[in-house]
Design a protein around this ligand. Structure first.
Ligand code: 1CP
Length: 339
């Protein structure tokens, strides 16, 4: 077992910096597109053999140091009573969004080992087959709430913020519901065998620091304290560099950074108390091989004082990326410091 990733999570010394890529299984890989020709996205997530197959693809192609379970942050919503569709053109669509307090009455608590048993099954297949740690994941409550309320992707989250500011008790009731269900969901992934978990808070950067502290952070803290160090927890709060000290209060073992913050600044602000993950701009992979190598080195130099560093992009790899460029990036991380 290659345990470089887990060592870095724990802040232990490693021979090289481990690397994986957010959304490393996906449309940029021809092998993934081939599987998707015959099956829609949600069916792929719910079919353990296929979900395991696409989870493994980037391990073999890129030689990354960790796998991430193939699923989506919105998969647990269906058994909660949310009518979810993934449209090829528009992405996720929720046909029965939450728009008022009484809509909360139709939400159901999930039993992950029962209604989401395909997730545990995928994890069990993977842990038998792979020789790198498997990362499980869930969306953070704020990010999941935005999808439930907006009904899909959003630019300014005006519907979610309307509920938040007009009827805060309804918003917080929704946050409590998502938080409790996310705890059960992550614990079931841990029991099935994942070695670490990442909490994706992709849209929390839409909040002011004050509202982040009030409406988002306490719920992430509750999830992380319920996990109680059973496995390392990575907290990815996209676009939150201006409130990094607050993000660090989440209690996560690893803080994932996007490219809007200089990694050495993040190391200084966090004063070596947590490990960090990141933070190459995914668009750097549209540059030349030389540019990729140079920018990888800049990040690895900048992260030197960190308690631990896991190399990653600052957000998911874009579908138009050439797999060759992703391979160059992984090689550059692994070969750093070797002449
Ligand atoms: O094949 C396809 O057409 C589907 C494209 C796709 C894929 C490959 C979606 C739809 N989700 C995924 C997989 C996925 N999503 C993973 C798999 C593991 C891996 O990293 O390899 C993970 C971890 C996610 C997480 C996810 N889904 C996030 C958080 C991370 C991020 O990128 O910020 C979010 C916000 C989603 C929602 C989502 N899923 C898919 C789409 C198109 C969207 C919408 C994004 C948006 O609202 O803009």
């Amino acid at each position: 077992m290659n345990d470089t990733f887990l060592k870095a999570c724990r802040g232990e010394k490693t021979e090289y910096t481990p690397v994986w890529i957010m959304r490393q299984a996906g449309r940029y890989l021809p092998q993934y597109r081939k599987v998707r020709e015959n099956v829609d996205f949600l069916t792929l997530c719910k079919t353990p053999e296929l979900a395991a197959e696409v989870t493994i693809q980037p391990l073999e192609i890129l030689k990354v140091d960790a796998a991430i379970l193939f699923s989506d942050i919105l998969v647990p919503l269906e058994p909660m009573g949310i009518d979810l569709e993934f449209s090829e053109a528009k992405g996720p669509i929720i046909h029965n969004p939450i728009r008022k307090e009484s809509d909360l009455d139709r939400l159901r608590n999930i039993i992950p080992d029962d209604e989401l048993s395909f997730v545990a099954e995928t994890i069990k297949i993977l842990t038998q087959k792979i020789n790198v740690p498997l990362i499980g994941f869930a969306g953070a409550p704020f990010t999941i709430a935005t999808y439930m309320i907006e009904g899909g992707s959003s630019k300014n989250f005006s519907k979610a913020k309307t509920i938040m500011y007009q009827t805060p008790q309804a918003f917080l009731r929704l946050m409590d519901f998502i938080t409790d269900n996310t705890i059960n969901y992550l614990i079931s992934q841990i029991n099935a065998g994942v070695s670490a978990v990442q909490i994706f808070d992709s849209w929390v950067g839409a909040l002011s620091p004050y509202d982040f502290s009030r409406y988002a952070l306490p719920y992430v803290q509750k999830i992380i304290s319920a996990i109680n160090h059973k496995v390392p927890v990575i907290y990815f709060a996209f676009n939150s560099g201006s409130m990094l000290e607050l993000v660090a209060k989440s209690g996560a073992d690893i803080i994932a950074l996007d490219w809007r913050i200089e990694i050495s600044d993040a190391v200084n602000k966090l004063s070596g108390s947590v490990a960090i993950q990141g933070n190459l701009d995914p668009c750097i992979l549209f540059g030349t091989d030389e540019l990729i190598k140079e920018r990888v080195s800049l990040i690895l130099n900048g992260a030197k004082g960190a308690k631990g560093h896991i190399f990653n992009l600052g957000h998911g790899i874009l579908p138009e990326t050439s797999p060759e460029k992703a391979i160059r990036m992984v090689d550059a991380v692994h070969n750093y410091g070797k002449s």
